[in-house]
Design a protein around this ligand. Sequence first.
Ligand SMILES: [Zn+2]
Length: 130
Amino acid sequence: MSTVRPRIDVEAQPFWDAAARRELVYQQCQTCGATQSYPRHRCMICHGTALGWKPSSRRGKIHSFTVVHRAPSDAFRSRVPYVLALVALEGFRLLVNLPEDRPEEAAIGRDIEIVFVNAGGMWLPQGKLL
Ligand SMILES: [Zn+2]
C-alpha cells in the first residue's frame, strides 16, 4: 500500500475520525438539507455554517470512472492499471480507487461498496465492485 497520505484539515477531521472506525460519513446542511462531500466549512448551496454529519450506507453506483495507466507518483507505479471511480452515494459523490477490481469490469451504473483499507496506520476509503 502506498505511503501517500491525505492532508487533513479541520473541516475533514470528523470524516477521517469516522474512517478510523471504518465508517463513511458525509455532511448535511442543517439549514437547507443539502448534502456534500468533500467536507467544507460552509454549505455549498445556501452558504450556511450549520453542518452536521450523517452515516452513509457505503453502497452506491459508479457515476463515472477512468482507468489510470500512468502512475501519478512512484507510490502508485506498481498498481497501474487501476480504476479511479466517482461513486454516487446518498446525495453526494466520492472519488475512490478500485484497487482490487480489474479495469474491464468497471462500468457506469455498477454497484459499489465503499470499504476501508489500512495504509500506514490510516484507514482510506476504497471502492469494491459488488
Ligand atoms: Zn445549506
